[in-house]
Design a binder for this molecule. Structure first.
Ligand SMILES: *Cc1c(COP(=O)(O)O)cnc(C)c1O
Length: 800
C-alpha cells in the first residue's frame, strides 16, 4: 500500500490535481473525497487482479453469495481500515489541512437494502475477504437505494435516494462482461438426437451489465468482488416501441423493492429476482467453463448461496442452463443443482414468505415456469410414495398449489442445505414452520447464528473503545474476536470500569451534539441513553417502548414524589411507504416527543428524540453512545436480529425479549448481565395455536394501560385527529396480535429494575464489560467460518 506518509501525500496530491486539473488549494471537499477513493481503488487493483488470477489458476472452490440486497453503507473509512493505512492517511491528510472525517462525510451511504438482511450480506463480504475465503457477492445496482426519510410535522415523508449522483468511486463497469436476460415470449419444443428439447423464443432480451466493486479483507492481500448488475437495453433491440422497451428495461434496476401491492409492481419485483439470478448464473457458469472440463464436477468447484428466497429462481435457472444449453439429462442436472446451491431462511412471518401467483410467473418466465412445474410434479410423486393417500400433506408441501408458487418450498427442495439464523429460529423452522420438510430432509436443516463484522461496528465505529480494549488485553482480539473474553477479568477492575465509563461519556457527548444539530433538542449527557433503532414493524414493538415512555410521563405528572433516573429515549426507524400502521407509530413517537420535551415538569427527567433517515452511517454514530439496547420484539418473530449484537459489542446492556439471538446473548453473558421480560417464544406460539389471550382483560385490569390507550384517542395529543385510532383498534378490537398489552407490565418492571442498576455505576459497567467480553462470538468471522466449513466446504486461499 503506501510505504510512508510522505509517499501517500505525494501520490494523493498528484491524483487530486490529475483528476480535477486544478491546484490542490482550489479543490472542494467532495473532490478531495473522490480523489482519495479513486487512489485507494487504484492502489489495490494489483491485489485485486492477483486474487482473481489465483482463484482462476488454483481451481479452489469458490462461493457466490446471491442477495437482492447489500446494505454497504460508506466504504472509504472501512477500506482504509482494512488496508491498515487509516492512521497514516489521517495524519498525512491533516498535514495538508484536510480532516479525513470530513472526507468520509462526503460519501453517500450505499443503501441497497432495507435492513438486517442486506446488512448481513455486507458483513459477510467483509468476513469472507478477511478470512481469505474465495467468495463473491452478486446483487443489483439499484439506481435508487432505500428512500431518504424526512419527518414533516411528525409524519414520515419519503424522497427518492440518489447515491450515484456524484458517481461511485468504488465501482468498475465491465461492459465486456454484459450478459443477456430473457423475459416473456414462449417455449418451443423440438427433437434432437431422439431427445425432446426446449427453446425460449420471441423473448424480450435485456442486457445485464456488471459493475464490480472490490471487497478488501482486513490486513490481507485478498481482494474479493461484489458484482452489481445494472439493466440496460440490449445492443440491438428489435422492438416496435423502442422508447417503451428502454423504459421497461431500465425500470428493472431503478429502485430497491418497488411497491408490490399491485400486479404491475409485482411483475417488476419478479423481474428483478430473475434478472439477478439469470445474470449471475450466466456469468458464474461462463467463467467455470473457461477453467474446467466437465459440468458434472461443477459442485466440487462452485457453491452458490441464496440469501432468503428472493434469488430462489437460481434453482430452475441452473436446471435450464444445464438441460437446455448444455444438453444434460434431468437427473444429472438435478444432482448438480441441489449439490451446488444452499439457502438461508430469514423469517417465519407468513406475510414475508414469498408466494408468486402463476398468472404473473408463467407469462413472464415461461421456460422457468415449466421447469418449476416439473420439479413440483417429481417432488409430489416422491411425497406420494412416502405418504400414500395423504392428500392433505401433499397439498401443504407442494411447490405449486392454489395457483401460487411457494418460493420457500422450492428453496428447501432444490438445495442441499437450509439454515436458520439463530438457534431458536432454526428450531422453530424444524419443529413448526417447516416441520413437514424436516421430516423428510432432516440432514438438510442446520443453524448458522448471524454475526456482524467487528471491524466496522467496533474498530471503526468506536476507536476509543478499541484503544481501551487493546490497552488492556493486547490486540490479538482484532484477528481472533473470541479472545475478547480476556476482558472478563477486567469487569471487577475499578480503574478499567472508570475508563470504560469515560469512553461511553465521550461518545454520548458526540451523539448529543449530533442530536442538537439535527433536531435542536438539548439532551442531558448524564441521562440514560435508551435506544431503539431498526425498521419500523409491528412485531418489533416500538409501540411497547412508546407506551413505557407514556407510562413514565403519566406517573411523573400525577405523582410529584415519583422519581426516575433521567433518560433520553432515542429512536430511528424507516417505515415501508405502504405500511400505513407503521407510519402511524412514527407519528405517535413524534407526538410523544413533542409532549414530553415541551413539558417543563417532566423534561428534566425525560427526553424523546427521533433521528430521521436511520441508515448504516447513522447507526455507527448512535451505537457507541448507547447505554440501553432495546430488542423487544414479540417472542418468536425476530429470526435473529443483528442490531442487538452491534450494541452488545459496544458495551450497551440489552433490554430484550427471549427472541432470536437475544437468547444466545443471554446464554453468553449470563442472566444477570441482560434484562429480559415477557412471553417466551413457546408461549407466544401456543397462544397463536390455541387462543386464550384476551387483550381487553389487560385493558380492564390495568389503570396505566387504560390511561395510555385513552390518550391515543381523547385529544391528549393536539392536532393528531384520528391518527391513532388504528393503533387503538389493533390493540382492543383486533386482540393485540403482538402482545403489547400482555407484556407491558413485565416490561415496565424490567425497566424499573434497569434504572435501579444504573444508579450503581460499578454494577452497571461491570455488566457492560462482560457484554463486550462475550461479544466475540457474534463476529461474522465466526458465522462465515461455520458456513465455509459446514455448508460450502470452502478452503482458504492465500494470495501471497
Ligand atoms: C444492523 C442494522 C439493521 C438491523 O437491525 P435489527 O435491530 O437487527 O433489525 C437495520 N438497519 C441498519 C442500518 C443496520 O445497521
Amino acid at each position: 500500500m503506501f510505504s510512508s506518509k510522505e509517499q501517500f501525500k505525494q501520490a494523493y496530491l498528484q491524483k487530486l490535481e490529475m483528476m480535477y486539473g486544478k491546484r490542490f488549494e482550489d479543490t472542494t471537499v467532495s473532490e478531495q473525497y473522490h480523489a482519495l477513493g479513486q487512489l485507494v481503488r487504484e492502489t489495490i487493483s494489483t491485489n485485486w487482479i492477483e486474487t482473481n488470477e489465483k482463484y482462476r489458476t488454483n481451481k479452489e472452490k469458490q462461493v457466490y453469495y446471491l442477495s437482492i440486497e447489500f446494505l454497504l453503507g460508506r466504504l472509504l473509512g472501512n477500506n482504509l481500515l482494512n488496508l491498515g493505512v487509516r492512521d497514516l492517511c489521517e495524519e498525512g491528510l491533516r498535514e495538508l489541512g484536510i480532516e479525513l472525517s470530513a472526507l468520509e462525510e462526503c460519501e453517500i451511504d450505499a443503501g441497497l437494502g432495507n435492513g438486517g438482511l442486506g446488512r448481513l450480506a455486507a458483513c459477510f463480504l467483509d468476513s469472507l475477504a478477511t478470512l481469505n475465503l474465495p467468495g463473491h457477492g452478486f446483487g443489483i445496482r439499484y439506481k435508487h437505494g432505500l428512500f431518504d426519510q424526512k419527518i414533516v410535522d411528525g409524519y414520515q415523508v419519503e424522497l427518492p435516494e440518489q447515491w450515484l449522483r456524484h458517481g461511485n468511486v468504488w465501482e468498475v463497469k465491465r461492459a465486456d462482461k454484459a450478459v443477456p436476460v430473457n423475459f416473456w415470449g414462449k417455449v418451443e419444443s423440438y427433437m434432437e438426437n431422439n431427445r425432446l428439447r426446449f427453446r425460449h423464443v420471441q423473448a424480450e432480451t435485456i442486457s445485464a451489465v456488471p459493475y464490480d466493486m472490490p471487497v478488501i479483507g482486513y490486513k490481507t492481500s485478498t481482494v474479493n468482488m461484489l458484482r452489481l448488475w445494472s439493466a440496460e437495453p440490449a445492443p440491438y433491440p428489435i422492438h416496435r416501441d423502442v422508447l417503451k422497451y428502454k423504459r421497461d428495461t431500465e425500470a428493472v434496476s431503478e429502485f430497491l423493492y418497488p411497491d408490490d401491492t399491485n400486479d404491475e409492481g409485482k411483475i417488476l419485483r419478479l423481474k428483478q429476482q430473475y434478472f439477478l439470478v439469470a445474470a449471475s448464473l450466466n456469468s458464474i457458469i461462463q467463467s467455470y467453463r473457461k477453467q474446467h472440463h466437465s459440468l458434472l464436477d461443477l459442485h466440487h468447484y462452485i457453491a452458490i448461496h441464496i440469501n432468503d428466497t428472493h434469488p430462489v429462481l437460481a434453482i430452475p435457472e441452473m436446471m435450464r442452463i444445464l438441460i437446455d444449453e448444455e444438453g444434460l439429462g434431468w437427473d444429472e442436472a438435478w444432482n448438480i443443482t441441489t449439490k451446488t446451491i444452499s439457502y438461508t431462511n430469514h423469517t417465519t412471518l407468513s406475510e414475508a414468505l414469498e408466494k408468486w401467483p402463476v398468472h404473473i410467473f408463467k407469462p413472464l418466465l415461461p421456460r422457468i415456469y415449466m421447469i418449476v412445474e416439473e420439479i413440483n410434479e417429481r417432488f409430489c410423486q416422491e411425497l406420494w410414495d412416502l405418504y400414500p393417500d395423504d392428500w392433505e400433506r401433499i397439498e401443504r408441501m407442494a411447490i405449486i398449489s392454489h395457483q401460487l408458487v411457494k418460493m420457500a418450498h422450492l428453496a428447501i427442495v432444490g438445495t442441499h442445505s437450509t439454515n436458520g439464523v439463530a438457534k431458536i429460529h432454526s428450531e422453530i423452522l424444524k419443529h413448526r414452520e417447516m416441520k413437514d420438510f424436516y421430516e423428510i430432509y432432516p440432514q438438510r436443516f442446520n443453524n448458522k447464528t448471524n454475526g456482524i463484522t467487528h471491524r466496522r461496528w467496533l474498530i471503526k465505529a468506536n476507536p476509543e473503545l478499541t484503544q481501551l480494549i487493546t490497552d488492556a488485553i493486547g490486540d490479538q482480539w482484532v484477528q481472533t474476536p473470541s479472545t475478547l473474553t480476556e476482558l472478563e477479568g477486567y469487569a471487577k477492575d475499578e480503574s478499567f470500569r472508570k475508563d470504560l465509563q469515560e469512553v461511553k461519556q465521550f461518545r454520548k457527548k458526540i451523539l448529543a451534539k449530533r442530536i442538537k444539530d439535527q433536531t435542536g433538542i438539548v439532551v442531558d449527557e448524564q441521562s440514560i441513553f435508551d435506544v431503539q433503532v431498526k425498521r419500523l414493524h409491528a412485531y418489533k414493538r416500538q409501540l411497547l417502548n412508546v407506551f413505557h415512555i407514556m407510562y413514565l410521563y403519566n406517573r411523573l405528572k400525577e405523582d410529584s414524589s415519583y422519581q426516575i433516573h433521567p433518560r433520553t429515549f432515542i429512536f430511528g426507524a424507516k417505515a415501508s411507504p405502504g405500511y400505513y400502521y407503521a407510519k402511524k407509530v412514527i407519528k405517535l413517537l413524534n407526538s410523544v416527543a413533542d409532549k414530553v420535551n415541551h413539558d417543563p415538569k417532566v423534561n428534566p427527567y425525560l427526553k424523546v428524540v427521533f433521528l430521521e433517515n436511520y441508515r448504516v452511517s447513522l447507526a455507527e454514530e448512535i451505537i457507541p453512545a448507547t447505554d440501553v439496547s432495546e430488542q423487544i420484539s414479540t417472542a418468536s418473530k425476530e429470526a435473529s436480529g443483528t442490531g442487538n449484537m452491534k450494541f452488545m459489542m459496544n458495551g450497551a446492556l440489552t433490554m430484550g425479549t427471549l427472541d432470536g439471538a437475544n437468547i444466545e446473548i443471554r446464554d453468553e453473558v449470563g442472566a444477570e448481565n441482560i434484562f429480559t421480560f415477557g412471553l417466551t417464544p413457546e408461549e407466544v406460539l401456543n397462544y397463536y395455536q390455541n387462543g386464550g389471550y384476551r387483550s381487553l382483560d389487560y385493558y380492564h385490569h390495568n389503570k396505566h394501560i387504560q390511561t395510555i390507550l385513552e390518550q391515543l384517542i381523547n385529544g391528549f395529543f393536539p392536532n393528531t385527529g384520528s391518527d391513532f385510532e388504528m393503533i387503538y383498534d389493533s390493540l382492543l378490537m383486533q386482540n393485540d396480535e403482538f402482545f403489547v398489552l400482555k407484556d407491558f407490565s413485565s416490561y415496565c418492571a424490567a425497566q424499573a429494575k434497569l434504572s435501579g442498576v444504573y444508579e450503581n455505576k460499578d454494577a452497571w459497567f461491570e455488566k457492560s464489560v462482560i457484554n463486550i467480553a462475550k461479544s466475540g462470538y457474534f463476529s461474522s468471522d465466526r458465522t462465515i467460518q461455520e458456513y465455509a466449513d459446514n455448508i460450502w466446504h470452502l478452503n482458504k486461499v492465500k494470495v501471497y
